[in-house]
Design a protein around this ligand. Structure first.
Ligand code: HEM
Length: 465
């Protein structure tokens, strides 16, 4: 627990909300987990003050449900996303609501993310899953542990590169992560640490390094675009094809070159970092919960029991209901994009009790929303039965928000869930997961969350397993 001001204050504008000033300690390297701890101490609505800058955080179910009202609230591009805008500009994730390119790109790209479109991506997802399996087979034979988060990141980067843009990052042919990933992680870290800067300090070296990294990201993306733009595949049926050629249904215009670059950067980042963290947490919980693991094994064996090398079909992935519950439960405990912000469109009373002025923002802290009383009296317990259809029907839809809310919610949700459910099932079908290091969970934050230093050793499953 980080040291905090012993006596939280309140403000005049938010009379009943505690204000916790963290200036003396700073947000450190794990700012999300710090706010989680502050909420455990002070409750699910608080203002965190840093160098005189206030952020109103909430994890209260009633308030989060109210924030979902699109007539009174909209997505807020707060300081963290403003920093990401430095390298993703008006890409979908970081665009302002009223920036014309948001609606334009949203309308053009939405069809590529409808549930049915996942059929198109499915073969590529299987192909990349096989790369991961080939790599894990080699490690298993050599008795080498695998670094779970690194390999999940290899897999998700190659998948979004190939499925979205027909571009092969070849991540499994590299001992180290692809330089794109390293530069991207440094850009995300820069965005995060920039929030904690003490006024007056000199950060010119960090800023120069950031500019180099973001220029490198742009070069890679220009390469991705160039390798397609002049070819017959220009209008291919994938994200890049839509970006390069699809006309807006209402006015017939297409996306401009600068915006396409911003969208490709956005999708390469948003499309892999969060999914890889989600799969890593799911594998962590499976390695620690033999009963849940057995239930996933039973489900995958029913589908692929006697087959050494099953070729999952699109429809089979829809049958992996328990595996999907495991993934949801991992996303409940550690939603890998942990916070999203909303602002009031007019002066209003949030949840009938917190007065907000027009423009004032509130940040939803999903990991704590996912630990509120609606989840029962042991919310820290990993329990995939929380996501049976009956349990879901009995709970407010606003209790679970790993993908944000409203029209700015995650466009890639089905993509992520299809990819991750299938891969988890394939891995559990093939390997015994050995928690050889008796791993204790530490969560690394680089704006997104992932288990830090989590390794497994693997053995092939035998019929007796
Ligand atoms: C938006 C989470 C996977 C693309 C968001 C938001 C969240 C989120 C919370 C809303 C952010 C906000 O309100 O500020 C996640 C999680 C994922 C995931 C937890 C995986 C488990 C993906 C994938 C893609 C993607 C696979 C692309 C293939 C996007 C885009 C937006 C977005 C483009 C911005 C949408 C808009 O504002 O129009 N995501 N995401 N995400 N996500 Fe995801």
């Amino acid at each position: 627990m980080p040291p905090t001001a012993p006596h939280p204050q309140t403000t005049d504008t938010l009379p009943d909300v505690p204000v916790v000033d963290i200036t003396a300690v700073g947000p450190g390297r794990t700012p999300i987990q710090q706010v989680m701890d502050l909420m455990r101490e002070h409750g699910p609505v608080l203002v965190r003050r840093l160098h005189g800058r206030d952020v109103l955080f909430t994890a209260d179910l009633d308030l989060v449900a109210d924030l979902a009202d699109e007539k009174r609230f909209a997505k807020h591009v707060g300081p963290a996303l403003e920093n990401v805008r430095e390298f993703a500009a008006d890409g979908l994730f970081t665009a302002y609501n009223d920036e014309p390119n948001w609606a334009k790109a949203h309308d053009i790209l939405m069809p590529a993310f409808a549930l049915g479109s996942m059929r198109t991506y499915h073969p590529v997802m299987v192909k990349v899953a096989r790369r991961l399996i080939a790599s894990w087979d080699r490690d298993a034979r050599a008795g080498q542990p695998v670094d779970v988060a690194d390999d999940m990141t290899r897999m998700t980067l190659d998948t979004i590169g190939l499925a979205g843009f027909g571009y092969d990052f070849g991540s499994f042919e590299r001992a180290e992560p692809h330089p794109f990933v390293e530069a991207m992680v440094r850009c995300l870290e820069w965005s995060m640490y920039r929030l904690a800067r003490v006024p007056g300090e000199d950060h010119s070296a960090a800023d120069a390094a950031f500019r180099d990294d973001s220029a490198y990201l742009a070069r890679v993306v220009d390469d991705v675009i160039a390798s397609r733009a002049g070819t017959d595949e220009r209008a291919a049926d994938d994200l890049l094809g839509l970006m390069l050629s699809a006309e807006h249904p209402a006015d017939g215009t297409t996306l401009d070159a600068a915006n396409i670059r911003n969208q490709v950067i956005t999708f390469l980042i948003a499309g892999h970092e969060t999914t890889s963290g989600a799969m890593s947490f799911a594998l962590y919980y499976l390695a620690k919960h033999p009963t849940a693991l057995q239930l996933v094994q039973r489900e995958v064996d029913e589908l692929w029991g006697g087959q050494a090398d099953p070729e999952p079909t699109y429809d089979e992935v829809g049958k992996l209901t328990y595996t999907r519950q495991v993934l949801n439960e991992a996303l409940r405990l550690w939603p890998t994009a942990a916070a999203f912000s909303r602002h009031a469109l007019q002066d209003t009373m949030l949840g009938g009790r917190v007065p907000l002025r027009a423009g004032q923002s509130v940040t939803v802290l999903a990991p704590m929303l996912h630990r509120q009383p609606v989840w029962g009296d042991n919310p820290e317990l990993f329990d995939p039965t929380r996501f049976t259809p009956e349990a879901e029907a009995a709970r407010s839809v606003h209790a679970f928000k790993p993908f944000g809310t409203g029209e700015r919610a995650c466009i890639g949700r089905q993509f992520a869930l299809h990819e991750a459910t299938m891969l988890l099932a394939m891995l559990v079908h093939r390997y015994r997961l050995r928690d050889h290091a008796d791993y204790r969970l530490t969560v690394k934050e680089t704006l997104t969350l992932k288990p830090d230093g989590f390794t497994l050793t693997l053995a092939p499953r035998t019929p007796a397993d």
